[in-house]
Design a protein around this ligand. Sequence first.
Ligand code: COA
Length: 320
Amino acid sequence: MIRSRILAAGGYLPADCVDNATLAARFGIDTSDAWIRERSGIRQRHLAAPGETASSMGAAAARQALERAGVGAEAVDAIIVATATPDSSFPATAVRVQAALGITHGFAFDVLAACTGFVYALAVADSMIRSGAARTALVIGAETYSRILDWTDRGTCVLFGDGAGAVVLRAEDGEAGILSTHLHADGRHAGILHVEGGPGSTGTSGLLRMAGPEVFKHAVTKLAAVVDEALAANGLARADIDWLVPHQANIRIIEGMGRKLGLPTERVVVTVDRHANTSAASIPLAMAEACGDGRFKPGDLLLLEAIGGGLTWGSALVRW
Ligand code: COA
């Protein structure tokens, strides 16, 4: 059976690493390190330098993923970038990544599902690989949320960071690979987590707005449901999961899911303390870290889950 096997993951974080106290001082935010840590688990985040963009960071993450996979850029025939902060409305960030990697064949496009973007992009790539439309794909999450934050809104600006992560997928006949993906959206809740306007709107700020406690409530119930959906679809039990690789928004949501699944904390990949919420980049960045230190072993079962603006939410089960 042809599956999309994840060969390796890579990541990129901007050099400017800013802890909570420094962030508060730099942007004049009325907050404290203690509040941010207690409510979110975040200690620091990386912020993109003026010249850095989703495509430049995405290309860097892709290079590391390809190197770890031992795959040359010339083998890549599909590039899908999940981002809500593209370099420009068009061309797609994926096309810029393609050019940066020196690839001149295949296809490249972006997917927008906010913080669920990577799971959506993974699902699209998996479908295309299994249908034969692509053989080797780069799936990338890359974000520069620092450019859409309202630095006068302390309820949001302390929670996000910049960065990029990438995975290399290849069509392989075997047991390893993506077992299933499960995507959901409910646009009735668009207003609780959104960007005010954009290039197709007039008179808008272009800044992120979030009703944090409302998003929190949706996250707890919808993530629990989509995790059970993934297990049921594969006839698997919670005890079968080796690694939870969650979207990194808030340590309280992550720990709640780990407890629900009965996973010891060391089986949950956590980066939110150091990366903050990097939206579509958070899961591939977490995978890059675990891939880099050899945590994932062949045959391990990984559960990926995310929720974000839309609302969108989804999960993926992966055999490493
Ligand atoms: N520093 C200090 N105080 C702050 C603050 C900050 N950075 N941000 C908000 N506060 C204050 C509020 O003004 C409020 O004060 P008040 O009670 O005097 O009005 C108080 O802290 C509590 O605010 P609230 O928003 O209710 O806090 P919370 O416990 O719900 O935590 C979040 C806020 C955002 C951390 C939490 O709601 C959350 O994580 N939500 C989910 C967000 C998420 O996952 N988003 C991404 C999904 S992709």
